[in-house]
Design a protein around this ligand. Structure first.
Ligand code: 5RP
Length: 224
């Protein structure tokens, strides 16, 4: 059986060119991208600078031989390639299934071009079936949680496999909102980002330029 995540990760690695500064996403699809880019560095002599969107991706990238620099140390990012949890026909999406959406968004909005890579389960007609992650300051978390409950947003804390509250790379908690359907994504994005104590939410609106999706053994492209 075809591994769609691997197929699309390998395909997307072809978009990285000599001398680029490239944002490297997080998650199981981005994992394949990073491994393939490492192969290109070692076997093809490709030179590029990677800017990682998580500690996990930075560690993998270094392991496979990619030159990683911090976002603060590069002038601009030419291209970011990242996974997504959902994308709709306008190429808006929900991200943060791996808890890395804060840095993923910082890197993406500072990139000249953004490509999302995914298996075919991520294509949706309307966003919202995937729980929307909201990264929150720990000291504000319970009050935010309670207010989400009052609004009917069906919150749950992101937990580790051991049952502890998940702590992001930035030292915050995650609250997932089980919304089922998001009717007005831009209104919700505005509302969430203005709540004091919310650091960032997982709605990525007008961020992706191109989605590369694998469906069985086929590659399908969606453009903005
Ligand atoms: C991490 C993310 C990932 O890109 C998203 O969860 C997709 O992950 P995967 O490729 O494992 O399906 O947003 O914060």
């Amino acid at each position: 059986m075809v591994n769609e995540k691997e197929l699309v990760g390998i395909e997307a690695a072809k978009y990285v060119e000599e001398g680029m500064v490239v944002g490297l996403g997080t998650g199981s699809t981005a994992h394949h991208l990073i491994v393939e880019l490492g192969r290109r560095v070692r076997e093809e002599g490709l030179h590029f600078v990677g800017v990682a969107t998580s500690v996990q991706s930075a560690e993998l990238a270094k392991e496979v031989g990619i030159n990683i620099q911090s976002f603060n140390d590069v002038k601009q990012i030419d291209l970011t390639i990242d996974g997504t949890d959902e994308f709709d026909p306008e190429l808006n999406g929900i991200k943060g299934g791996g808890g890395a959406h804060l840095i993923e968004k910082i890197i993406a909005v500072n990139s000249d071009r953004v490509i999302w890579i995914c298996d075919h389960s991520k294509e949706v007609a309307q966003l919202g079936a995937f729980p929307l992650p909201v990264e929150v300051i720990r000291d504000a978390s319970q009050h935010l949680y309670d207010s989400f409950e009052v609004k009917g947003y069906a919150p749950s804390y992101r937990l580790t496999p051991a049952g502890d509250k998940f702590i992001t790379d930035n030292g915050n908690y995650l609250i997932d909102l089980h919304l089922e359907k998001i009717i007005n994504a831009s209104q919700l994005a505005e509302e969430l980002i203005h709540l004091v104590g919310v650091v960032e939410h997982g709605l990525f609106l007008n961020v992706a330029d191109h989605v590369i999706m694998a469906k069985a053994d086929k590659i399908v492209h969606f453009y903005k």
